[in-house]
Design a protein around this ligand. Structure first.
Ligand SMILES: [Cu+2]
Length: 328
């Protein structure tokens, strides 16, 4: 377990230090992130120029002889350098920054892909709103078609979270009792990482997700697969696993479409096996981790709202994990 924790921290740290990778706003893969990166470089450039001028002036002031300046020139210098130049420079940078706002909070054009994301403690409920009506429900992973605008409708039932995929765009708060909106335009395919950017409780740090930007045709195929009910178990082990899932009350909290499990407290598990991560973007999705998750949930994720199932015999845990892993 510790290894997995360190592993994900390690990855995130690397991404931050490297200034590139799956979670960097300076290596943009979206139109909004490109603008934010440009804003960052202009502001940084402005800061460097102002700082260098101030250092130069300080050196000049140390070495200049006071009698070299008339009273009038000194006053002009104070008004010009102390008020006029800062007002013009900072005003310019501010205007440039503010002029981006209307675009960043605009609605997506009619007919655009819409995804409702709810921030839960501490995971993401994801619903694709289909243009023909209906929804495709999944969790803890977001897939997007490249080159198309997508509108996220964001909310939360209890505490404030913030939805952020740094590589694709800016962040937006998820506020109880209100719906907020974020429009993004992914510009290249790849697997990126999103995080919760507002401290929301014990497992805030472990509330992440993968955002996979795909070719349009691949995305369509993926969405159609996600729309299907859960795969039928084909071998005795996974068949047993399904029975254990229903017998142990997992279905009170989890939905697995097609087997009569329709709980809404936890993430939809209908296609759990197809997801890149487990437990909201911070654990690898493999059999070993899945078994540990079910048996020792509370040790794996602090404050988690899922009971642990340590009392189950090992073969039952194994069958449960095998069944969930088979749900591609
Ligand atoms: Cu959160």
């Amino acid at each position: 377990m510790l290894r997995s924790f360190c592993h994900s921290r390690f990855n995130a740290t690397l991404a931050l230090i490297g200034g590139s990778g799956v979670q960097s706003s300076l290596d943009p893969a979206g139109r909004e992130a490109e603008r934010i990166a440009a804003l960052f470089w202009w502001m940084t450039g402005g800061t460097v120029v102002i700082w260098l001028s101030m250092v130069a002036l300080a050196f000049y002031a140390i070495h200049a002889r006071p009698e070299a300046h008339t009273e009038k020139r000194a006053r002009l210098f104070i008004i010009g350098g102390g008020a006029l130049v800062p007002t013009v420079v900072l005003g310019g940078l501010l205007t440039y920054g503010l002029s981006m706002l209307p675009d960043l909070i605009a609605k997506a054009p009619d007919g655009s892909l819409r995804i409702a994301v709810t921030g839960e403690q501490w995971w993401w409920r994801v619903r694709y709103v289909l243009p023909e009506g209906g929804e495709v429900v999944t969790a803890n992973e977001i897939r997007l078609p490249v080159g198309e605008p997508v509108q996220f409708d964001l909310d939360s039932p209890d505490v404030i979270h913030s939805f952020w995929i740094p590589t694709i765009g800016g962040k937006m708060d998820m506020i109880p009792g209100r719906q907020t909106r974020l429009v993004l335009h992914p510009t290249r395919t790849g697997t990126f990482r999103g995080v919760c950017a507002e401290y929301c409780g014990a497992s805030h740090t472990y509330m992440a997700f993968y955002a996979v930007v795909m070719e349009k045709a691949d995305f369509k195929r993926w969405l159609e697969e996600q729309r299907q009910p859960a795969a039928e178990p084909v071998d005795p082990l996974t068949k047993q696993g399904r029975e254990h899932f229903l017998a142990n009350g997992c279905s009170a909290c989890h939905t697995v479409r097609g087997i009569g499990a329709d709980g809404l407290v936890g993430p939809d598990l209908t296609h759990l096996g197809s997801r890149l991560s487990l437990g909201a973007g911070f654990l690898p999705n493999d059999l070993e981790t899945l078994t540990r998750w079910i048996a020792r949930t509370n040790e794996v994720k602090p404050g988690v709202h899922m009971p642990h199932f340590r009392m189950l015999p090992a073969d039952e845990l194994h069958a449960l994990a095998a069944y969930l892993a088979s749900l591609k």
